[in-house]
Design a protein around this ligand. Structure first.
Ligand SMILES: [Zn+2]
Length: 518
């Protein structure tokens, strides 16, 4: 047993939450829930990034104070996380007083590190990106490469962080350790490092909505520095040393791939500068497209997470996004793929397995699960062996952050259990028993016990992904959730208490009508 500190990025409150935020946060939640079942001391953090010139501008356009604007968007994030059953231990906001105080402490340590100097910045600045660009990075006619809007020539006095001093240390961290995953992202960063690192300014003179520097309140800390620090201020940096020692460094920092430069270059260098450990792993997942097109609010090609949860429920959404695309790669979303996978994997394979099994227990044993008879038929072996190995396979995939793979592992056993029903044909055994065959009666008991027991094991394995459905499945099996039991017990075969009564209930995954899609 160890500890497991996992973070999502804190999401920028320039707009309401979108599917990308949901995707990252679902993955983090699933990992946090697995680690809790594995017995780890888990801390799962998410939150919002609320400072900077953009927020100042948007709030002004809406005619409200920035804090009031932020509060409104934050409420939407919190609502979505509640709808999606997020189990975060804390929700940090960069406007929290505690964060602001701790950021100032960090800034003071950074200023004292010898890595910060005052200089004059002159360069092309995009207000929307809140970032400076090199001339060769701009589109023709001085347009921002991201926003395709005019950048401004900006000159101001700023504090600079000597990132260039960390060139070798970062080359080692990124090139020689498992700090960055997956591999494609490491290669991208090695490319950046080969160009040579440039110092960057960590303060802004003309921004007001932010954290003022401790000794120079005319300067506000660069919004990215302020935001990155949430990962340590949330767990008590500068204010609660016991909790900070307990959780830092983070085991996994999850994010979408567009922000890895900040997290893999700026962030570790700043931590090294003040003598703190760097996170153990930064993992960047890929981008989603919809119907083969880039997601874009302007073209209306969006996947609305609120609407998805409304239509399919939280569990199915959580399942689909982890199962459909490899975690780390880019992949395409379509409504049709969602409905087909839902019907095939959940309604047919998993839901039917539960229905058939509980109905047979009711029909042949009045709802009381029989004990397995000692001897086993060779036809039992493939299922029981695969089920026995599942707990370890899932735990291994969790450690490798292979979220899609862990679901395919679980569904291999689901398929095998369905095959087992066909092969053992309990309805034929029931006829044999009725005709007086003791052997058929014993086989019927064994087969149904095995099916109930494997369903229990499957429910425990899928619990972190579909917490509500797994709990309802367990209660249909007449048992409850035992989160303290330990992973080995939860996933070992033969632990279902025979003599217990099943309680068949509502259809777990009602089929979704494909023709109802517009
Ligand atoms: Zn821009």
């Amino acid at each position: 047993m160890g500890k497991f500190y996992i973070t999502t990025p804190i999401y920028y409150v320039n707009d309401v939450p979108h599917i990308g935020h949901a995707y990252t946060t679902i993955a983090a939640d699933v990992l946090a829930r697995y680690h809790r079942l594995l017995g780890d001391d888990v801390y799962f953090l998410t939150g919002t990034d609320e400072h900077g010139q953009n927020i100042e501008r948007i709030a002004a356009e809406k005619g409200v104070p920035p804090q009031e604007y932020c509060d409104g968007i934050v409420a939407k994030f919190k609502e979505l996380w509640r709808l999606l059953d997020m189990s975060n231990d804390y929700f940090i906001r960069t406007t929290d007083e505690r964060h602001v105080r701790a950021v100032q402490k960090f800034a003071a340590a950074l200023l004292a590190s010898g890595d910060v100097y005052r200089g004059r910045y002159a360069g092309w600045y995009c207000r929307r990106c809140e970032a400076f660009y090199q001339p060769d990075e701009l589109l023709p006619e001085e347009l921002c490469p991201v926003h395709k809007r005019a950048v401004e020539w900006t000159e101001e006095d700023n504090y600079f962080f000597a990132l260039s001093k960390y060139q070798q240390k970062l080359e080692h961290l990124i090139g020689e350790t498992d700090f960055v995953q997956p591999e494609t992202r490491r290669n991208e960063l090695m490319g950046v490092l080969r160009q040579g690192l440039q110092d960057f300014s960590i303060s802004r003179e003309r921004v007001r909505w932010g954290v003022p520097l401790p000794d120079d309140p005319e300067q506000v800390l660069y919004v990215w520095v302020d935001a990155l620090l949430n990962y340590i201020t949330a767990i008590g940096y500068g204010d609660d040393p016991d909790t900070f020692e307990r959780y830092w460094p983070a085991e996994v920092q999850l994010m979408a791939k567009e922000i890895i430069r900040f997290h893999c270059l700026y962030w570790p260098a700043m931590l090294m500068s003040v003598g703190l450990a760097v996170p153990k792993c930064v993992f960047a997942h890929g981008w989603l497209t919809k119907d083969g097109q880039k997601l874009s609010k302007t073209t209306g090609n969006i996947i609305d997470p609120f609407e998805l949860v409304e239509r399919f429920g939280s569990d199915a959404v959580r399942y689909f996004f982890l199962r459909e695309g490899a975690f780390g790669a880019d992949w395409d979303y379509t409504d049709l793929a969602f409905v087909r996978r839902y019907n095939a994997d959940l309604a047919n394979d998993f839901g039917n397995l539960l229905n058939r099994t509980t109905q047979m227990v009711v029909r042949y044993f009045d709802g009381v699960v029989p004990a397995a008879v000692e001897w086993r038929d060779p036809v039992d072996e493939p299922l029981m062996e695969a089920a026995s190995a599942l707990g370890e396979r899932v735990a291994d995939a969790v450690k490798r952050l292979a979220l899609q793979e862990l679901l395919t592992e679980i569904w291999t056993v689901v398929e095998q259990a369905n095959k087992y029903v066909q092969e053992t044909a309990p309805w034929e055994l029931a006829k044999g028993r009725k005709a007086g065959s003791e052997e058929a009666g014993q086989r019927l008991s064994t087969v149904l016990y095995n099916l109930v027991d494997v369903l229990r094991l499957l429910a425990n394995c899928v619990l972190p992904v579909m917490p509500n459905k797994a709990e309802s499945l367990l209660s249909q099996l007449g048992i409850g959730l035992d989160p303290e039991a330990g992973w080995a017990t939860l996933t070992s075969v033969g632990t279902y208490p025979a003599g217990n009564r099943v309680l068949p209930g509502e259809v777990l995954f009602p089929r979704f009508d494909e023709s109802a899609l517009d």
